[in-house]
Write a protein of this length. Sequence first.
Lengths: 501, 696
Amino acid sequence: MVRFSLGRSARPQQHAAVRSRNRRPQQAQPSGGDRPPPPVPAAAPMDSSPEPEPEPGPPTGGDPAPADPEVPRLTVTQVEQMNVEARVTDIYRVLWGGSPNTQSIILELWRDQHIEYLTHGLRHLGPAFQILDANRPWLCYWMVHPLALLDEVLDDDLEDDIVDFLARCQDKDGGYGGGPGQLPHLATTYAAVNTLVTIGSERALSSINRDNLYKFMLRMKEESGAFRMHDGGEIDVRASYTAISVASLVNILDVELAKGVGDYIASCQTYEGGIAGEPYAEAHGGYTFCGLAALIMLNEVEKLDLPSLIDWVAFRQGVECGFQGRTNKLVDGCYSFWQGAAIALTQKLVMVIDEQLKSSYSSKKPSGDDACGTSSSGCALEKLSAAVDYARFGFDFVQRSNQVGPLFHNLALQQYILLCAQVLEGGLRDKPGKNRDHYHSCYCLSGLSVSQYCAMTDTNSCPLPQHVLGPYSNLLEPIHPLYNVVLDKYYTAYEFFQPSD
Amino acid sequence: MHGRPRRAAKPEDEEASSAKAAKLRDLQAQVLQNQHSGTYTKEAIGLSFKLLEINPEAYTAWNYRKLAFQHNIKELSEPEAIKSAIDDELRVVEVALRQNPKSYGAWYHRKWLLNQKLAPVDSKREFGLLDKLLKVDARNFHGWNYRRFLARFMGVPDEEELNYTMDKISDNFSNYSAWHNRSILLSNLLIKQNKGFESKQKIFSQEFELVTQALFIGPSDQSGWFYHLWLLAQTSTPDNPQLIASWPCSGAKLSSSLVKEKVEQNTLSSIWCHSLQERTVPMVLYFNEPVKGLNQSSVKLKSDLDFGKDIHWRALSMTDSGYSSCWTTYLQIANECSSSQQYSVEVSIPCSDDIVSRSGSNYNCPVHFTFTIELISDDAQDIDLFDKPVAYFSEPLESHGNCEPIPFDLLKITGALVEEDSNWHFERLSEEIDLFRELPDDNCKFVKLTLARLLLACAAIKSCGRSPHERKRYCEEALGHFSDLIRLDPSHKQYYEDERSLVLMDKLTCDMETFVKHCSVQVQPNSIPLNHVQLCKLSLTHVGFAERLMWVQVLDLSHNSLRSIEGLEALQQLVSLNISNNHISSFTALEPLTKIMFLKVLDLSSNEIGAHSMDTTRYICSSPFSHKIEAHEAFEECQKKNINVEEYWDAILFFKPLKLGQLDIKGNAVASKENFRTLVMTLIPSLKWLNGECVN
């Protein structure tokens, strides 16, 4: 069994650091990449030390000035890290000590409790939520989306209420604000559109004013190509992602909106390999997902140094089995999605290239495939080369199977989410010791779905039981990993937003 | 996106909370009302403050305040009044940040205010605020972003900011945000200062000391290792791009003739150049790092030969964005010539602002060299390499009688490549090596990997005029570390194997004594003398140091573990390649070969092409087969022959540009597939031998 090192264990990140850079340029990349070993049936942390580690000294409480190199002292960061590792290990020890039967029970996803927590939130939120008043579409998304992941159908009334509410958040000149009357904002627009797509009714989808939405996005676009969050707001990679994701999802993405975005995002990739929120800042899991997903939707992913990005993300998964958001930060359940989905996206990049190549010559698409969007059958080729069909990039992308196994330890991640992020009363959290909330519930469950499906080779089948940790009933609905909406809902929306001719 | 609701802790707080929420709803409504009506009275602005005090995320209120500020500031002329208006705004931001130190809106509002440039900025106040906030959360990236903004805005010298990061690191050396900012600041400093090596040496010596100290205190802490990595990269690469090799090399004599007596004295200096039959000379320039900007003015060619109007340089490596360490052009000779004539070609690459590296440094290491081309107009026998299928030697080269050594001195283009400061770099790295050797081994992979990297960096410097024995010693030691790592850390085996392969190739090719054991001039009966290199049975997984192989015409890499042949595209002289018995798993992995225009013989037998559905190669190169448009024709051609194009697209893209005379591909899963033979025959009309059999 895997040995878990307490305290001064070396996280695998370190040699991620040492690899990948400082190479002679012509030897750009290793031929094989760093692929984890084939998934093992039992849950095991990704990169346990093969050698026993020395027992750690007692935490010193974080003496800030380690002046004398002879006596190793620990930094605050190290003490915090040790505490988290110890806590997580205690939890896992219970798992390893249990019989297969108990293990299966321990590893259960508490569906009913989560559904209860999330639906209750949709109907009534306590006053403590006042600070999220400018994020109300987000609250909708953080509840509606995980409920869809759990395959829970909402009452029609409730759905209608949400659609009505979001309609009131929609600005008359396009885009959605954080609440009725608030300025339209790209992030809340993303949340609102994803919520409506997840609801998926005709009423929901047709409530989006796409013409105005397009105009709003153009207004948010800077000359450099990057997007501003809102009128007079900040510019960052998040803004670019939310804009491109929404535009792609409702099929309004065009060359005008796409211009220059890719270069801006690429300029935010750091020497570590991940993507930062803005140039010169530190690589960060959330922005790495945003940047990568946006570039895929723009079909400009070659602008990134992908191997170093994969490296960086892969090594953010630590001995706790979950992901950290930045170098030397603590594990956090929400990065199960941001980092986990980012690396899962790279599993499909291989196929995007294939698909482009095929579609560039092949006009013999299945005749019944109206998703092609071409009215005249004969000249598909000319059409494809003449106009860039941006919506198609997201569609083709998810159709592709994963022809490469997971580049992170997907079972370990499930273990972290199920054992460390679940709260018995329902809802999920950052890490043991923290409170549950809707944001973490949404992204822990999204990450769980990604890690359950990423070992699949065929898009049309179901994941094998050995890829789903715990009872098979833990299996969630699959998502479209670029937009983070449930896949079925995405297909409905995709068809809905296709030109009607 | 990372906003989190903070739940009220106790039920008895609920009531108070409810009252607050009601108040907030009112406030929100009023502020929105004021925003819509454009009401900018003192009272209205005060309401927005109250709202932001409770909810700093209320970005509409931030926007309202900006509009209000702009509206009201127009009325003010007294500097005092303006200052007080600004102070009000700054205070609101401070209050909001106290509530939520990660509020995007609040931080941005402050930046916006400063950018209005209406009054001098109170730097004490700004930096004081940051000190306070970064004390609470030393990793708050909003804070660090603002700090970088502020330092730029105020023109704070980078040196001072360095001191600040130092303070933060002393507080907690695990603080990677501080280390990261150091790397940004130092990069800036180096670009700005440009004072030459002295200052760089000083800076980096200190940095190494600093980070080593941190690593010794906490060898398990990642922050220091990341920073060390960055430092090493900075130290071991020269500031400016350099040309490290070229083909033809300096003094080379290319000939299209096959005159018998020439064969006797065939050496590297006089080389039969197959492509001259088509009056073409491929020329390759190899740089130490990816560059761009090669054109007719940055690379000057002088010759009596007429190369036509346009000399167009193409990037050979598969890197994206136009940068490449390897560039080629095909010189098309347009001269008429009546008899045997020699022409010299002078190449000079002056200091140039056109040629720049990724980091923006320009080329400032002028190079000048000459080679000659011998054109023979006689109806020289049209050499046919393919009377018989070409066989490879199976035994080691020494045992072959008709082999001649290669004069290696001709491989180096100029001596200008030895760096002035290499002593410093070398000493610095040696010190590091000594230090890390002292770190308790404990089979710690991080120490081992860093040591290996340091050793290799040292070896690279060693190559500039130092003893090859020393270099080999470094390689040996690094090889030992990689072997340990393969054992210790099997989940990253492939990576370590690739690294190991590179070191091995370095070791084998870095000096004549070793390399010569793998080289020969191959003279086969009724054929032409060809420069031959054999690197078999070495467990190589990856090709490196291609710049040392650019003169090679026959290359035998069989019986290795190659998964990729990236790098071989630089070998534009290559006529025959044997990569049989390797682990090549797809045609995509062979893409470099599509760039070698005169490749005639290819042995791919006993690989794994078609055996796996997964093709990891395509991860590694950013855009394989970027020339896909040209493939259109080939696809149509194949469709006519009922070949399943969807299944074979990568094979089609691979074979189309090749002009092979001989191909061996047996022992691959793909070779036994339906139609595969037809496909090959369709796409390579020049093919005479397939799997050892003559084809029509």
